[in-house]
Design a protein. Structure first.
Length: 197
């Protein structure tokens, strides 16, 4: 990812204020409010899903709760998109849903998160953002890591530890599943948000 705009924004703003003219290739700073909006959404969407998921796990166990991830997660992402005007989605370097394949920007963010986590950063704190040109349109993009929690391994842990009903259901619904073998603490994927500026 070139010209990553992460925590460098204050420094960049200071440079610009000091009179350094921005060349066309300079990173574009996020418009006011965008980062806060993205962070708020990134705090609420996974938390709401976790509530629904936990309820369903308690009610019908992991095999029953697969439907929550399959139906409710995309539904909740769509509802959040409609409410907020942000495009909301999840993706992973080892996706389960075939639609969860990351695009180039998402892939770079996910790889960076893995590197940061391997270097000792706390996975729940990992985020990144950037203004990018998408077909002549300036778009603010934001990513927040989704760490594997202990409850996630019921459906994303090593295959030999999954229950038989979970294994059977995953095989039937996701024959190309790559989203197993995770340990708690590892990054399962990320929540991605974007909005034109
Ligand atoms: C009850 C089983 C189950 C549990 C528990 C579960 N997941 Fe999933 N997860 C799934 C299924 C099924 C999908 C595919 C959803 C779809 O079709 O969109 C999925 C998809 C995902 C995706 C989207 C990318 C991809 O691989 O397709 C992410 C990210 C993810 N899960 C993270 C988590 C995290 C983090 C936890 C724990 C907080 C968790 N999951 C717990 C079953 C589960």
């Amino acid at each position: 990812m070139t010209h990553q705009v992460t925590r460098a924004i204050p420094a960049l703003a200071a440079l610009l204020l000091a009179g350094c003219a921005a060349a066309p290739t300079e990173p574009v700073a996020a418009p006011p409010g965008y980062l806060d909006q993205a962070r708020n959404l990134a705090a609420t969407v996974p938390a709401n899903l976790l509530t629904v998921l936990t309820d369903e796990l308690n009610r019908s166990g992991p095999a029953g709760a697969i439907e929550v991830c399959r139906e409710k997660a995309p539904q909740m992402a769509r509802a959040a998109s409609e409410r907020s005007g942000w495009n909301v989605r999840r993706a992973s370097l080892r996706n389960r849903n075939p639609k969860g394949v990351p695009d180039a920007w998402e892939r770079a963010a996910l790889e960076r998160f893995d590197t940061q986590a391997a270097a000792g950063a706390a996975a729940p704190t990992l985020e990144t953002w950037q203004v990018v040109d998408e077909g002549g349109r300036q778009v603010f993009r934001y990513a927040k890591a989704l760490p594997t929690q202990p409850l996630c391994v019921q459906c994303h842990g090593s295959v030999d530890k999954l229950s038989e009903p979970v294994k059977a259901k995953l095989q039937a619904l996701y024959p190309a599943d790559r989203a197993t073998g995770y340990q708690p603490g590892q990054i399962r994927g990320a929540l991605f948000l974007k909005k034109p500026i």
